[in-house]
Ligand binder design. Structure first.
Ligand code: HEM
Length: 326
C-alpha cells in the first residue's frame, strides 16, 4: 500500500517535471538564491549603488520603486520599461504613464555596469530593478523582503500595452483599480497595500490639479496649500511637484493611510481608497497598524515581482539595460 502510493506520487512528480520541460518557461520558478553561485556579490553591489543614489536624492528611492511597478504591469517584470527608443525600435518610455514621469534609469545603468564588472552576462536588468526597489524601501525606513530572482530580459517592449490602461490612471474609479490589479493576479488588499508606496515620492501638478480644485472629499486647507504651487490654468505649473505624503515624504511609513483618513490624499486614486467604499476598512487598519502594513506590503511586493517573468531560455540577459543584445 505504502509503496504503491509512493510510486504513484513519484510518477506524478516525474510527469510534472516532464510537462514543465515540455511547456518551457511557463513552469519555471523564480528563487531567492538564483545567483548565489554565479554572482555572489550581487546583493552588496546593488545595495551600494542604490545607497549612494538615495543619499544624493531621497526621491530616487521612490522613483526606483515605481520603476518596478511600471515594469511588472506591462507584460510582466521583464525589464521592458528600460529599453530606449531607437530608429527601428519603439519602447515604453513615451507611454502616458511613463513619459516625463518615470525616472531612475541612470541608477539602473550604474548598477548594471558594476554588476557586469563583477559577473558579466549573468544578471538580468529585470532582476536588478526588483532588487533596487526593495533596497530603496529599506533605505527609506520600510520593510525588507527576500527578492525572488531569475527573471530574464525581454527582447521587445510594448508602447500600446503601456498605454492601454493596464497601469491604471490616477483618475480611476475604485472598481477600475480593483480590476486592473486583479488582472495581474493581485487582490484588492494587495492593491490597497501597494498604494501605500505613495508614502514616498512626488507627483506633478498636472496629475492632481482637478482634485485640488474640483473635488469635495479633500481637506480645505490641504487643497489650498497645494493650489499655491499648482495654478488652476492648464499648462501653467504643470510640472510643479508636490509630495504624495504630506507628512513624511521621504520616509516609508504608514502616514499615507492617516492622510487618507484626514482627506489629504493627493491623487484621486489615493482618496478613492477611503471614500465610503469597500476598502475603507483596510485603510483604517493600515493607518493604525504599521506592522501589518509592513508585512502585507512585503508579501504584496513579492507577488507583484512574480508577474509573468521570462525564465529558462526565454528572453535574454541584456548587456546594456537600454537596448536588446545585438
Ligand atoms: C493603485 C494604482 C496607482 C496609481 C493610479 C498610481 C499613480 C501614480 C501617479 C499618477 C504618480 C505621479 C506621477 C507623476 O506625477 O509624474 C505616482 C507616483 C508614484 N507611484 Fe504610483 N500609482 C499606483 C500604484 C503604485 C504602486 C503599486 C506603486 C509601487 C509598488 C507605486 C509607486 C509610486 C511611487 C513610489 C511614486 C513616486 C515616484 C517618484 O517620486 O518618482 N504606485 N503614482
Amino acid at each position: 500500500m505504502a509503496s504503491s502510493s509512493f510510486s504513484s506520487s513519484a510518477t506524478s512528480t516525474v510527469a510534472f517535471f516532464l510537462l514543465a520541460v515540455l511547456m518551457g518557461s511557463s513552469f519555471a520558478q523564480l528563487s531567492t538564491n538564483f545567483y548565489s553561485k554565479t554572482c555572489p556579490k550581487l546583493a552588496t553591489t546593488v545595495k551600494k549603488v542604490v545607497q549612494s543614489a538615495v543619499s544624493k536624492e531621497k526621491r530616487m528611492g521612490a522613483s526606483l520603486l515605481r520603476l518596478h511597478f511600471h515594469d511588472c504591469f506591462v507584460n510582466g517584470c521583464d525589464g521592458s520599461i528600460l529599453l530606449d527608443d531607437a530608429s527601428s525600435f519603439t519602447g515604453e518610455k513615451t507611454a502616458g504613464p511613463n513619459s516625463n514621469s518615470v525616472r531612475g534609469f541612470n541608477v539602473i545603468d550604474d548598477i548594471k555596469s558594476e554588476v557586469e564588472d563583477a559577473c558579466p552576462g549573468v544578471v538580468s536588468c529585470a532582476d536588478i530593478v526588483a532588487i533596487a526597489a526593495r533596497d530603496s524601501v529599506v533605505l527609506l525606513g520600510g520593510p525588507g523582503w527576500d527578492v525572488k530572482l531569475g527573471r530574464r530580459d525581454s527582447k521587445t517592449a510594448s508602447l500600446s500595452a503601456a498605454n492601454s490602461g493596464v497601469i491604471p490612471p490616477p483618475t480611476s474609479t475604485l472598481s477600475n483599480l480593483v480590476s486592473r490589479f486583479q488582472a495581474k493576479g493581485l487582490s484588492t488588499k494587495d492593491m490597497v497595500v501597494l498604494s501605500g508606496s505613495h508614502t514616498i515620492g512626488q507627483a506633478r501638478c498636472t496629475i492632481f490639479r482637478t482634485r485640488i480644485y474640483n473635488e469635495t472629499n479633500i481637506d480645505a486647507s490641504f487643497a489650498k496649500t497645494r493650489q499655491s504651487s499648482c495654478p488652476l490654468t492648464v499648462g501653467s505649473g504643470d510640472n510643479n511637484l508636490a509630495p504624495l505624503d504630506v507628512q513624511t515624504p521621504t520616509v516609508f511609513d504608514n502616514n499615507y493611510y492617516k492622510n487618507l483618513i484626514n482627506q489629504k490624499g493627493l491623487l484621486h486614486s489615493d482618496q478613492i481608497l477611503y471614500n465610503g467604499g469597500s476598502t475603507d476598512s483596510l485603510v483604517d487598519k493600515y493607518s493604525k497598524d504599521s506592522d501589518s502594513f509592513d508585512s502585507d506590503f512585503a508579501a504584496a511586493m513579492i507577488k507583484m515581482g512574480d508577474i509573468s517573468p521570462l525564465t529558462g531560455s526565454s528572453g535574454e540577459i541584456r548587456k546594456n539595460c537600454r537596448k536588446v543584445n545585438s
